[in-house]
Design a protein around this ligand. Structure first.
Ligand code: FAD
Length: 474
């Protein structure tokens, strides 16, 4: 039986079929009758409150295949959960089946060949721990609890991005379970169309049970700049950064972040909530050399607080974790690529930062180009790589009664920002993912039609639809 659309509720599944699924499944299966259900359905974004029919916590490929077949045969809406950090909450659904990979976190490093095989539910903390045992790194995210799966399939912007590209630029191969339950390997020489599609095309094509990544020598210590300037010199700092990043070597990756000092014991209480403009940068190379070349980032004005230092690479990767913990903040994010930051755009960003409705919010600007821009657009599913900056409005707040206000504020700002860009978005930083084709078109640009053809071939019924969805033809 093949049902479409996938709207059936798990409660409608015949109890014998449900029992068979439970018996053959090696991991745990949670329903609302289980005490674990409440904690298992919680995602990183506190605002997401979905009630799936079943959460199938897989232990390996066998479980994933079984869950996919069970959902397909019973017409169930499927969500795939990796690290659970997607702000749109695509890792959960209402009434359907969640295929949860969060217990598939093994990372096997091959130090000789400088590669790692990483299971689809691993977090970047798992990866950093295992790779740094050999002074190796894999380009991932900047918050260590973020999942490898979702982050990589959407692109993957790390502190290493200008030197070695995005996460997708470093995938050597992957193992996947497709919508029809088939298990396949994708690489440069096998299933090339799917290999191309997963490099930026999101969770549209199947469940990646493991990735193989290229690794690089770096660490154990690196120079990292985290220099907080008072917001009243924010204009000067941002202007300097925009100019300075024009001529930087690829070894330097940096961000300019408008934020407020977090109300966290790591900072003296009198500093909490002070608006700041942060310059953050990592040098890909020796820590001593990094100290020299990153010094200008620390001398733009009198810093409010300078946390720059030589740190273990693993510590840099966890530096922002305490302020972005799972389930603490309501979050609504939007992002846009911009070719440049004109003075009028800088002014707009700063004005909006100064009017931000919630102190936990960030407006973070990532410097791109370097290795990212050297990969031709058509080489991966990821859209246009020509933009010099990514501007991300990461609105975050505690009080749920402020949800509507904060969402509207973000949307209004996004609309203004859009006038300064070609409209291309990074869907990994996007809370509006349901329903429309806009997101896919704005994300994939010239690659969109090719992605539609691959989606139509491998997932004609749109079984994997809770993502930056590419609708199959027909
Ligand atoms: C605090 C925080 C920090 C972040 N930092 C960065 C950053 O530094 N760089 C960056 O690029 N992004 C960053 N992101 C964005 C991040 O890339 C996305 O949120 C991404 O979706 C997270 O992946 P996940 O596996 O944790 O998400 P989940 O919510 O578990 O999954 C999101 C979607 O990805 C797909 N998916 C996940 N795993 C698999 C799999 N194995 N196979 C098939 N499909 C899968 C599914 O469609 C799923 O719905 C950050 C997000 C947060 C909340």
């Amino acid at each position: 039986m093949e049902t479409n659309p996938l709207t059936a509720n798990t409660k409608e599944v015949d109890s014998t079929i449900l029992e068979e699924f439970r018996v053959g499944f090696a991991g745990s299966i949670f329903s609302s009758d289980d005490t674990e259900y409440e904690s298992e359905r919680q995602l990183w974004n506190k605002m997401i409150d979905k009630h799936p029919g079943l959460i199938a916590q897989c232990t390996g490929v066998h479980d994933v295949i079984q869950a996919v077949n069970f959902a397909r045969k019973n017409g169930l809406l499927v969500a795939v959960r990796g690290g659970g950090h997607n702000v749109a909450g695509n890792a959960m659904n209402d009434g359907g089946l969640v295929i949860d990979l969060s217990h598939m976190r093994t990372v096997l490093v091959d130090p000789k060949n400088k590669t790692a095989v990483i299971q689809g539910g691993a977090t970047w903390a798992d990866v950093d721990r295992e790779t740094q045992a050999f002074d190796l790194v894999c380009p991932g995210g900047v918050v260590s609890e973020t999942g490898v799966g979702g982050l990589t399939l959407g692109g993957g912007l790390s502190w290493l991005r200008r030197k070695v590209g995005m996460s997708i630029d470093n995938i050597v191969g992957a193992n996947m379970v497709l919508a029809d339950g088939k298990y396949i390997h994708v690489s440069e020489s096998e299933n090339q169309d799917l290999f191309w599609a997963i490099k930026g095309g999101g969770g549209n094509f199947g469940i990646v049970t493991s990735f193989e990544f290229k690794l690089y020598d770096l660490g154990p210590e690196v120079m990292f700049v985290s220099c907080m300037y008072p917001r009243d010199v924010g204009e000067k700092v941002m202007k300097w950064w925009v100019q300075y990043t024009r001529q930087l070597p690829d070894e330097i990756t940096s961000d300019c972040i408008h934020w407020s000092v977090p109300a966290h014991p790591a900072f003296p209480e009198e500093m909490h909530g002070t608006p700041v403009t942060v310059l953050a940068a990592l040098y890909f190379g020796s820590a001593e050399e990094g100290q020299k070349v990153l010094q200008p980032f620390r001398e733009v004005a009198e810093p409010f607080l300078d946390l720059s230092n030589i740190y273990p690479y693993g510590a840099v990767q966890q530096m922002f974790d305490p302020f972005l913990e799972k389930g603490v903040l309501n979050s609504y994010w939007k992002s846009l690529y911009v070719d440049d930051l004109s003075e009028s755009l800088q002014k707009l960003i700063l004005d909006r930062a100064n009017q931000s409705p919630a102190p936990q919010s960030l407006i973070s600007i990532r410097n791109l180009h370097g290795a990212i821009g050297k990969v031709p657009t058509e080489d991966t599913a990821f859209g246009d790589r020509s933009a010099r900056f990514l501007v991300s409005i990461d609105t975050m707040w505690e009080d749920a009664s402020q949800n509507d206000h904060n969402i509207q504020w973000t949307r209004d700002f996004f609309k203004e920002l859009r006038q300064h860009s070609k409209g291309q978005v990074y869907f990994n930083f996007n809370s509006d993912m349901s329903g429309s084709d806009h997101l896919a078109k704005d994300s994939f640009g010239a690659n969109y039609e090719k992605l539609v053809a691959i989606k139509t071939k491998f997932d004609p019924h749109n079984f994997f639809r809770l993502n930056a969805n590419i609708r199959p033809k027909g």
